[in-house]
Design a binder for this molecule. Sequence first.
Ligand SMILES: [Zn+2]
Ligand SMILES: [Zn+2]
Length: 238
Amino acid sequence: MDRELLHTIAKDYNGNPIHINNAIKGIKYFCPGCNDEFVLRKSGKTGKGSRRAHFAHKNLTPNCTTEGYLHSSFKILLLDRISSSLKNKLPIDIYWDCIYCKKEHHTNMLIGVCSVEKEYDMKTCRPDIALLNEKGFIAIVIEIIVSHYPEDNALSFYRTNNIPLINITLNPLDPIKELENIDAKIRRPTSVDFLSKMTCPSYRPYLAQRQRPRLFLRFDPMEAARRKVAWERRRFRF
Ligand SMILES: [Zn+2]
Ligand SMILES: [Zn+2]
């Protein structure tokens, strides 16, 4: 890992995210990416030459990547945000450009949601975060993308089962800024699919369009002549 990365997020013994500003001396913190112990670096000095307070790996050669750290840190921050909104019955409003009607939609993504799970085992796949309704069924899945896109089999599973998918892409070149921007990142996810089935006036027409047989997609004179002959033969049978 880049030795200069000044980690601002750690997790405590319970797996909860802790921002460097809330870290307390004497308590153990761990790296969300590799689970190694972190040490607190608060110089106390200010002004020129002093570095911002941060967490650093206790092990000088950690088996940790910036991508892994960013992915896991964002995931525990998002999980924490969703859990506390659910507990306090607060909405989380999201906005996105619809792929069906090309207009902007918005919704509270916690409508009908009762609980949140990390790496929920769906047999075929394991989304980063799953929102469940009161019956324990999946309401929404959230994928956090740093360097790996969700597997194709996961995407087709979501699509076949009409499971709304929210993708949030993070830039590994600026991990600290991405982690500070969590509210904006949730408010405007990178892409949203199938949530449109609740909100989009074009979604049902789109589905109907997709399911209609495409007989005259391309005009083929040979095919048209063959059809005409077949049709006339059929007509003469009556
Ligand atoms: Zn680490
Ligand atoms: Zn739409």
